[in-house]
Design a protein around this ligand. Structure first.
Ligand code: ATP
Ligand code: MG
Length: 567
């Protein structure tokens, strides 16, 4: 028998199937019909290495790599590292690991915007020579003032009409480190009265003495995002530059730079970013959660990061399925996190091995059961006969869930109570005959039962039916374990406001220290996933040890928060 849930999982990447239909693919279909880009499809996923990837990035990854896969095209992984930052290396590594884990490959096309610093500089020189860029001495503050507003045009900078030679000289000296940080900028010369503020002579370069992780101290001027991004796309021969909606107003600038330079022109296409209920998604906020200790790290199982979801027990397939299911929209919207959980349940239901575990144990002694250990047959996954069956030990002393016993049962309580019968999963029908309590506290310490030997599960005489079936674990053949129960990190649907930290859910983690697991779970390894019968899906945590397994609750069996429609 196999207790290794993950081996199976790796074999079954069910990412084939009907291809999604969306407006971006329609644009690509149209382009292919017109033989635009000689029929090439080349996308890129361009993360800034300033944090770990989250589920929103997963959507973008699925979109970009998914399109490349389905159109026999290519997708580059490009680190948009125009902002020098210290932790870059850790983030770069984590991003690569996450993309691979999702099942995508960029082969040798791992690029960095910083690799193009020289080319971008040369492009800037050519714009200066064409009279399309100038060195400006206004301070940051002044530039903002001169820019105008959405309702008022901007004012031209007094430095706007510098002659080409002076601009070339000053820009070269900016690059050579002759001026202090922030003293001058290079700006595109476009139109200060444009209704689109992005076109009002945007900054292309600023002076900044910061050590860059890849280029070291080679540069003391750094390109702005808008200047770097489109040109990087062009250099790589990208055909469709897919980005989120906030860049829609930047598209005229994207196009302007490329047209002025007369270089390959990728098409920018915007889509709505993913927003999830009960979740914050900005990297800045996620970093705050980590730095302020609201979570244990980027891979805390409550985080919406890919690494956090993975540790929680999410499968790559469930994330891919979720991405397909939510589709690609042109307008901002909020997706119910229950939909993500539902994609996960659907996937785990098919592949997770069933086992028995008792989270809050109550000892049951079966008085008439002999002093022996019996091996009973249990089905590994009713959804998948190929997963086979296993033996589970049964004996005179077992644990059941405290919740599955009531001394005074409420109405319609079909579990164990004095004088009442219940079926033990894969075993026998037992009847409660006595309750033993602690003299001092009155707490129930054990429950005595008798069993009916004629009622063994699966045997031919086992005709008798009772209303309830409960799970159990044999006392002397059990693993002691810690189980971490997670709930949503935020207690309000949209924790988006400035006071977002006030809506952190104080009860998002409950640790149970005295859980008992079926002995077959011995040897379970981090990331192995199981269904604990009747309780939910659980995944072995990285903190786990051989002596003491630790399980994270991935998701409960049913959605306890909201009702959602099955699609
Ligand atoms: P954040 O706002 O969290 O800092 P970002 O957009 O600055 O994210 P990048 O590293 O620049 O993060 O993102 C890389 C790619 O992922 C970009 O193309 C971006 O548009 C996309 N992306 C980021 N967040 C989302 C999201 N929530 N939904 C879909 N795509 C996203
Ligand atoms: Mg960004």
């Amino acid at each position: 028998m196999s207790t290794n849930g993950t081996d199976r999982q790796l074999d079954e990447k069910n990412i084939d199937g009907p291809k999604p239909v969306n407006f971006i693919r329609e644009i690509i279909d149209e382009d292919l019909k017109m033989n635009k880009n000689s029929g090439r499809v080349h996308t890129r996923f361009p993360p800034e290495p300033n944090g770990y990837l989250h589920i929103g990035h997963a959507k973008s990854i699925c979109l970009n790599f998914g399109i490349a896969r389905d159109y026999y095209g290519l997708c580059n992984l490009r680190f948009d590292d125009t902002n020098p930052s210290k932790e870059e290396l850790e983030y770069v590594e984590s991003i690569k690991e996450d993309v691979r884990w999702l099942g995508f490959e960029w082969q040798d096309r791992e690029y960095y915007a910083s690799d193009y610093f020289q080319q971008l500089y040369d492009y800037a020189i050519s714009l200066i020579k064409k009279g399309k860029a100038y060195v400006c001495d206004l301070t940051g503050e002044e530039i903002r003032e001169y820019r105008g507003t959405l309702t008022q045009p901007g004012k031209e900078s007094p430095y706007r009409n510098r002659i080409v030679e002076e601009n070339l000289d000053l820009f070269t000296r900016m690059r050579n480190g002759e001026f202090p940080d922030g003293l001058r900028t290079l700006r595109a010369k476009i139109d200060m009265t444009s209704p689109n503020v992005n076109m009002r002579d945007p900054i292309m370069y600023r002076i900044l003495r910061a050590t860059h992780h890849r280029t070291g101290d080679n540069w003391c001027i750094y390109p702005m995002y808008d200047w770097a991004h489109g040109q990087s796309d062009s250099i790589e021969g990208i055909t469709h530059s897919i980005c989120t909606l906030e860049f829609e107003d930047h598209r005229p600038l994207y196009d302007w730079f490329i047209e002025q330079l007369g270089i390959h022109h990728p098409q920018q296409i915007e889509f709505a970013r993913l927003n999830l209920s009960y979740t914050v998604m900005s990297k800045r906020r996620l970093l705050q959660l980590v730095e302020e200790g609201h979570v244990t790290g980027w891979n805390d199982p409550r985080m919406p990061t890919i690494t956090g979801l993975r540790r929680r027990g999410y499968t790559p397939e469930s994330l891919l399925h979720f991405a397909d299911r939510i589709g690609v929209a042109k307008r901002e919207n909020m997706i119910d996190v229950a939909l993500l959980e539902d994609s996960l349940r659907n996937d785990l239901n098919k592949r997770a091995m069933r086992v028995m575990a008792v989270l809050r144990p109550l000892k049951v002694i079966i008085d008439n059961y002999p002093d022996t250990v019996e091996e009973l047959d249990a089905v590994n996954n009713p959804e998948d006969p190929a997963m086979g069956s296993r033996k589970i030990p049964f004996s005179r002393e077992i644990y059941i869930e405290q919740d599955d016993f009531r001394e005074v049962p409420p109405n319609k309580y079909f579990r164990l109570s004095p004088g009442n019968e219940v079926r033990l999963r894969y075993a026998y029908i037992i009847k409660c005959v006595k309750v033993v309590k602690d003299d001092k506290t009155g707490e129930i310490v054990e429950v005595h039962c008798t069993y009916d030997p004629e009622t063994k599960s699966g045997s031919s005489q086992s005709q008798r039916k009772v209303k309830g079936t409960i799970h159990w674990v044999s006392v002397n053949q059990a693993l002691n374990a810690e189980v971490r129960l997670y709930d949503r990190l935020f207690s309000v649907e949209d924790p988006g406001g400035d006071d977002w930290k006030n809506s952190l859910n104080k009860n998002s983690l409950e640790i149970l220290n005295n859980c008992r697991l079926e002995i077959n779970l011995a040897g379970a390894k981090p990331e192995n996933r199981y269904q604990f019968e009747r309780l939910g899906y659980f995944c072995v945590d990285y903190d786990s040890s051989i002596e003491r397994p630790i399980f994270n609750r991935t998701v409960s069996l049913r959605d306890t928060w909201a009702k959602i429609e099955k699609s």
